[in-house]
Write a protein that binds this ligand. Structure first.
Ligand SMILES: [Zn+2]
Length: 456
C-alpha cells in the first residue's frame, strides 16, 4: 500500500490523539526484523495495546477496533539502542571553541541544549541509550540524571536513558576535567565528587557517590583517550587493584561496568577484573580478544567517533590529531578480528563526538568492516538489551515487550543505510514521529508535541 504524506500526517495525529491505556494499534509493513532472528519476517504485523506488544508475526489477523497503520514497503524493527552516548554534550565542532564554550555557558543552558539532543536521538530511531558520562567543568550538576527523569516523567521527549553520571577516572587521566588547564585554575583539585579517584578505597567511594546520585551504570576510564589533552591514548590509567575494586563495588550494587579503553594492557586488566563492556578497544590484540570471548565481555566499537574526527582533523589540536590517527589506524583490524572471533558486539557510537541524531551511520561502518547486516541490526537491539540488562522489557518484537518500534524504508539487509532514514518511531506505544526522511534531514517529518503531558 502506498501512503501519501497527507495520510501519514492524519495517521500520526490519530496516533497522538489516542493514547489511552488500552489503545489498540496494528502496525503493518512489508517486512520485520524481530531483534534476534537471522531472517526477516515477511508481511509483518505488530499488534500494540497501550504501551506493550501483544503479538508480532507474519500475516496476523488485525483485531477488531484496532487502528491500522500500514507503513508499506518498509521494515519494522525494535527501537534501536545506542550503548555509548553523551546526550548532555556536543563535542562535534572546533575543539578549542568548544572548550571555551564549556567555560562560557552556564550549566542550565547546557541542560536546555541537551533536551534538543535527546529529541534528535529518539527521532533517529534510538529509543534507548546508555549515556556514558556527563560532566560540567567546576560544577556538580547531574544533568544526565535530570534529563533521564524528565523523559521518564513525560516532561520532554527523548530516549529511555541509563546514565553513568560523571564517570570515574584517575588524576590527570582521560576523565580529569581540569586536565590540560593551568594548575588550580578552578580553585581545587578534582576529587571523588567529580569522579576523580585514586586507590581502591577511593574508587569504591566514587562508585557509591555516583549510585547515590542516580547512576544506573558505572563508567570508568581505564586508559588514555583521544579527546583529552594531558594523557597518552593507550597508557593504563587505573591499576588492577583499582579495577577490581571498581567492578566489585559496582556489581555489589547491581550496576554494570563500562570502561573507556583504547590501550591493550588496560583492556587485558579490565577484562580480567570482570568489566561488562570495553568501550572503543582500539589497540586490543587478538590474545586480548580471546580473553573477552572466554569471559563474555562485550565490545562497544564506537566506529563513528574516529570516523568523524578523521573527517574533520583540522578541528583538533595537533596532539589530538596524532592520537586520533593512531587509534583509527588500529581499530579497523581490531574490529575485523573481533567479528571473526565471535566477540559479543554491542552497538555504541560515542554520540556527542559527532552531532546527535547521526547514530545510525555506525551501521554502515560496521558492515563495511565485515559484519553482516543482520548482525549489525542485532547489535543495536537484542545485544544492547542484554548488555544493558533490560532484555526482559525491550530489544525484540515479541509478545509482552514494551512497544518500542521503528520502521525504515525498504530492506536494511540489502541496504544497511536504510537505518539512517527511519520513517516511524514509537516508544512505549506512543508515536514520537513519522514521515519520509531525506538526506538533508527531516523535511517531511511530523513529530509529536514538544512537551508531552507530565505524569506527575
Ligand atoms: Zn564516550
Amino acid at each position: 500500500m502506498k501512503i501519501t504524506f497527507r495520510v501519514l500526517v492524519i495517521l500520526l495525529c490519530l496516533g497522538i490523539a489516542a493514547q489511552a491505556a488500552d489503545q489498540l494499534i496494528a502496525l503493518k509493513a512489508a517486512r520485520m526484523f524481530d531483534g534476534k532472528s537471522n531472517a526477516l519476517v515477511q508481511n509483518a504485523v505488530v499488534i500494540v495495546r497501550g504501551d506493550k506488544i501483544v503479538d508480532a508475526g507474519s500475516n496476523l489477523p488485525v483485531p477488531s477496533g484496532a487502528q491500522v497503520i500500514d507503513l508499506g514497503d518498509a521494515t519494522l524493527a525494535p527501537g534501536f539502542m545506542d550503548a555509548h552516548t553523551h546526550l548532555t554534550a556536543d563535542f562535534s565542532g572546533n575543539y578549542n571553541e568548544r572548550r571555551l564554550q564549556q567555560l562560557d555557558l552556564n550549566v542550565s543552558e547546557q541542560a536546555i541544549r541537551a533536551t534538543a539532543f535527546a529529541r534528535a536521538t529518539v527521532e533517529a530511531g534510538f529509543t534507548t541509550v546508555r549515556d556514558l558520562g556527563s560532566r560540567f567543568i567546576a560544577s556538580h550538576e547531574f544533568v544526565d540524571v535530570a534529563l533521564r527523569n524528565s523523559i521518564n516523567r513525560g516532561v520532554i521527549v527523548g530516549p529511555r536513558m541509563l546514565v553513568a553520571t560523571k564517570g570515574i577516572g584517575a588524576t590527570g587521566g582521560h576523565f580529569d576535567p581540569s586536565g590540560g588547564f593551568r594548575d588550580f585554575l578552578f580553585g581545587r583539585e578534582p576529587d571523588y565528587t567529580d569522579g576523580i579517584a585514586n586507590g581502591p578505597d577511593e574508587i569504591r567511594k566514587a562508585v557509591r557517590f555516583e549510585v547515590k546520585n542516580g547512576a544506573d551504570v558505572i563508567k570508568a576510564a581505564v586508559s588514555g583517550g583521544v579527546l583529552s589533552l594531558g594523557d597518552e591514548v593507550d597508557t593504563p590509567q587505573l591499576t588492577p587493584a583499582e579495577m577490581t575494586a571498581l567492578v566489585d563495588e559496582s556489581h555489589r550494587l547491581r550496576k554494570k561496568v563500562a570502561v573507556h579503553c583504547h590501550g591493550d594492557q588496560a583492556a587485558r586488566e579490565a577484562i580480567e577484573a570482570g568489566v561488562d563492556s570495553i568501550e572503543h578497544g582500539s589497540f586490543m590484540k587478538p590474545e586480548t580478544l580471546t580473553m573477552m570471548k572466554k569471559k563474555g565481555t562485550f565490545l562497544t566499537p564506537t566506529l563513528m567517533a574516529s570516523e568523524w574526527i578523521m573527517g574533520k582533523l583540522d578541528n583538533y589540536p595537533p596532539a589530538l590529531q596524532a592520537k586520533a590517527k593512531a587509534a583509527t589506524a588500529a581499530r579497523s583490524e581490531m574490529f575485523r578480528n573481533a567479528i571473526k572471533m565471535g566477540i559479543k558486539i554491542s552497538f555504541g557510537t560515542d554520540a556527542a563526538v559527532f552531532p546527535h541524531g547521526q547514530n545510525a551511520k555506525e551501521f554502515k561502518l560496521m558492515v563495511d568492516l565485515g559484519m553482516s547486516a543482520i548482525d549489525a541490526l542485532k547489535s543495536a537491539t537484542g545485544n544492547d538489551a542484554e548488555l544493558l540488562g533490560i532484555g526482559q522489557k525491550v530489544g525484540t518484537l515479541e509478545k509482552g515487550k514494551l512497544a518500542d518500534i521503528i520502521a525504515m524504508p525498504g530492506d536494511p539487509t540489502s541496504d544497511i543505510t536504510a537505518t539512517e532514514r527511519v520513517s516511524f518511531v514509537m516508544k512505549e506505544g506512543k508515536i514520537i514521529g513519522q514521515g519520509p526522511r531525506t538526506p538533508q534531514g527531516t523535511v517531511e517529518w511530523t513529530r509529536s508535541p514538544d512537551v508531552a503531558a507530565p505524569v506527575d
